[in-house]
Write a protein that binds this ligand. Structure first.
Ligand code: PD2
Ligand code: ZN
Length: 289
């Protein structure tokens, strides 16, 4: 259904005014055959107090890049308490934020695992590339001054063990994950703020989304403790996370309406002293491998 009959608009207005949660109303509209995108737009326009467009235009059900504040927060990502038990490890929860969904974990990898991953990566690293906006091709860019490499899913028994642990922690099947990406930053190396999802309005995103769907969440695992600098930042919420060996920063940004959350805009500050090693796991909506 592409347009909303007036009686439904009235129904939304009345229920928002009565204090019914937006999510309940969106669910009810979807049950009544409205597209998730349209349902979300109508309800959130009313809930946010912004004027609703005079005419509700047909909306394609593609991934939506919403404005800050318009993202519908469902319970994204793993449900966590004080700690999370995976098959082989007890991981601590150091901090959580709900909007955007961010979790800082401790004790994700042991010191030995971090050292082993660095040792395996060192001989393979080369200058990092990023995705070109227009073409979707991987290209070198000044905004990511680091060197990197990656491992295929389950590439070795050691990598398979880490992939499995991460999958249990993120509560996403191993098959939905991209291979572990390794980055090494030297002094001055940084990663300028960006989104990890493929911005839907950029032509180059389509080719990436075609395989496995949109990215839904990121886990950045710190493989060493940086002497100074190198913090991961989320500038829109004023968050700065120090790289500490074995800790990991999780954030989720795609909801079941295929909206993506601009509050997860993030970057890596320049390294001031020492070097920085991380591994990143990006997970998709569907099977990627
Ligand atoms: O190294 C980081 O802190 C960092 C910052 C932003 C890593 C990534 N993004 C990433 O791997 O996506
Ligand atoms: Zn990133």
């Amino acid at each position: 259904m592409n347009a909303i009959p007036l009686e439904w608009l009235k129904w939304v207005d009345e229920n928002i005014e009565r204090g019914v949660p937006p999510k309940t109303l969106i669910d009810r509209l979807i049950q009544n055959n409205f597209s998730p995108t349209l349902a979300a737009q109508i309800v959130m326009a009313k809930a946010s107090g912004k004027p609703r467009p005079a005419q509700v235009a047909p909306v394609a059900s593609v991934v939506q890049h919403v404005q800050n504040g318009d993202f519908i927060y469902e319970e994204l990502g793993p449900k966590v308490d004080l700690s999370v038990k995976t098959t082989d490890r007890e991981i601590t929860v150091l901090m959580t934020i709900n909007k955007p969904r961010v979790i800082l974990f401790g004790n994700v990898f042991s010191k030995e695992e971090c050292e082993q991953l660095i040792a395996l990566s060192r001989p393979k690293i080369s200058r990092s590339t990023t995705v070109d906006d227009a073409s979707g091709r991987a290209e070198q860019h000044e905004h990511r001054t680091s060197s990197g490499t990656f491992f295929h899913i389950n590439e070795t028994p050691f990598i398979a063990m880490l992939d499995k642990r991460i999958s249990e922690l993120m509560q996403v099947p191993v098959a939905n994950g991209e291979g572990l990406q390794i980055l090494n930053y030297q002094v001055g190396g940084e990663y300028k703020p960006h989104f990890d999802y493929f911005p839907p309005e950029i032509p180059g995103s389509a080719v990436h989304i075609a395989r496995g769907g949109q990215r839904v969440a990121t886990l950045i695992i710190y493989l060493n403790t940086v002497d100074e600098g190198g913090e991961t930042i989320l500038p829109n919420i004023g968050l700065k996370v120090s790289p500490v060996q074995g800790n990991a920063l999780y954030f989720a940004y795609t909801n079941s309406f295929s909206q993506v959350d601009p509050l997860t805009y993030h970057g890596g500050n320049p390294v001031i002293r020492g070097e920085k090693w991380i591994t990143t796991k990006w997970v998709r909506q569907r099977e990627y491998w």
